[in-house]
Design a binder for this molecule. Sequence first.
Ligand SMILES: [Cu+2]
Length: 367
Amino acid sequence: MKELKIGRRAYRLPTAAFIAGFSIFLGSCSNENGQNSLSPKGPAAQTINNLFIPVLIVAILIGIAIIAATFYVALRFRHREGRLDNPKQIHGNSMLEIGWTIVPALILAVIAVPTVSTIFALAERPTGPDVLVVDASGKQWWWQFELGKQPMVPSNIVTSTELHIPVNTKVLVRLHSDNAIHSFWIPELAGKKDVMPARTNEVVLEASAPGTFLGACAEYCGLSHADMRMRVIASSMADWEAWRDDQIGGPAQAYTGEVAQLTGATYGCTNCHIFDKSTKTNYGPNLTHLASRTTFAGGTYELNRENLTRWVMNAPSMIAMQAKDCRLPPPATCVGMPSFTKNTPKGQPVMTQSDADAIVSYLLGET
Ligand SMILES: [Cu+2]
């Protein structure tokens, strides 16, 4: 008895420390972080949650039963003075062995029913003129969204990082990659889907209310995988149509004169980017309507003059990229955007502050 008391006291401090630490950890888990799969904001995520919660409850009950049984057995059959070393052996007890084979099999069989029906429900492919079809491509390291010509979109729209959708509308997202394997995940709207080269997977998004839903690449895809974020912005149909019409229109300012010269012949941005036509894709993000976005560089940075100027002059200082000598049409070894102020290749100009300011003014639609 005496021994036990000493033992208890010795555990008091670590237990208190654990409870305090765990409470702080739980306190840091906010429910409204824009990326919470337990907080569904659309039918697909709701369907998944409806399966997840009951299965989780069953798993917790089984977990508690097993942990309790483990403690019971450890205490009940612990070594004591004057006792035989081994408790009674039960090997070969057919009833027990049949029991613990059949019960889990039954539990799994019961869980399989809603699981399979959820899989079929989520795989249903929406069709019709009121479905918005989006081609999402995983790039290194950003997401390109292309809204092809279709009943809801009179002319092709190419954008990046931020996908605008109307609420209560089914959005069929076709997933593409011309490089590594990525994974597309907007936790509050739908499940996770791998994005594979040479194969088109699909996922259906739908938001039940306006809002901004955060997502990220969920499959390690190289150096800046962690900077490959995205956001889905759901708004009323009227707001979405206004966004759509703005995207279809040309850039805020004419793409001529000094800016066209700087981004073209001088620094060669046009080898990778498009500045004045939102219908076309290129190696890098389409920049025609960059000003309409709130973030850039895979959603890692807020779009403002200061961040954008730093980026245009020396992008690799802001996220990791492999693009040292990539000024010309990107050779296969280039991944990302080069610096225009550090390690510039021989014979290529180093970007001046005033050139950067002029380019950034154009990109922000300011004069
Ligand atoms: Cu990725």
